[in-house]
Design a protein around this ligand. Structure first.
Ligand SMILES: C[S@@+](CC[C@H](N)C(=O)[O-])C[C@H]1O[C@@H](n2cnc3c(N)ncnc32)[C@H](O)[C@@H]1O
Length: 181
């Protein structure tokens, strides 16, 4: 049942979000924000545009990447044999991600176009994770003017910067807890 549901979602172009991979400039800006983190989880790795920048700044054993589309996950594993590549939904990967220390989640998930059910599951998993791991942050880019998605009180989005050398121009945001519980 769940499998059929996600297969159907997979065929939905709204899960891809953009027809072109992120630029090297956007990828480098995202990667710069993970420096110093003990663990990094990349969501929606796609063809590896951001992964490529991440492996330049962090040891591969600190990094895990997640991709919903099986062919892309297989290609990533071939390209980075030493990297943990999960063919999974982002929310399941986040729910199962148990780490101690500072965690940076880098997401290219297209929240503005994701099917609502997937968006809600994913946002809920991310908020639960940030609550459980107060030293964690979510690094997310969006092509729109507002925050990537709405959050309840207790969380805050910080706008980091616009990257105009990307098609379309992208804005990077960081989500954290406002205060530790
Ligand atoms: C906009 S593309 C970004 C690809 C790459 N990171 C980049 O920046 O060029 C979004 C990627 O997220 C993947 N994706 C979408 N929904 C997902 C989900 N719920 N779980 C995991 N991956 C997902 C899509 O298959 C697609 O490869």
């Amino acid at each position: 049942m769940a499998y059929t549901f996600f297969l159907r979602m997979l065929k939905n172009p709204r899960t891809t979000g953009s027809l072109v991979p992120s630029s090297v400039f956007l990828a480098r800006e995202l990667a710069a924000l993970v420096k110093g983190s003990d663990h990094i989880l990349e969501l929606g790795a796609g063809t590896g545009a951001v992964t490529q920048a991440l492996v330049q700044v962090v040891a591969q054993e600190k990094l895990e990447v997640v991709e919903l589309q099986q062919n892309l996950a297989i290609a990533l594993k071939k390209r980075y044999p030493n990297l943990k590549v999960l063919h999974s939904t982002a929310h399941e990967a986040v729910d199962n991600y148990q780490k101690i220390g500072t965690v940076a989640i880098v997401s290219s998930l297209p929240f503005r176009s994701l099917p609502l059910a997937i968006k809600q599951l994913t946002v809920q998993s991310l908020l639960s994770f940030l609550t459980a791991v107060p030293d964690a942050k979510l690094i997310q880019f969006t092509y729109g003017l507002g925050t990537p998605f709405s959050v309840p009180p207790g969380f805050k989005w910080q706008q980091v910067k616009w990257v105009f050398a990307n098609f379309p121009p992208a804005c990077i945001w960081v989500l954290t807890l406002t205060v530790s519980p």
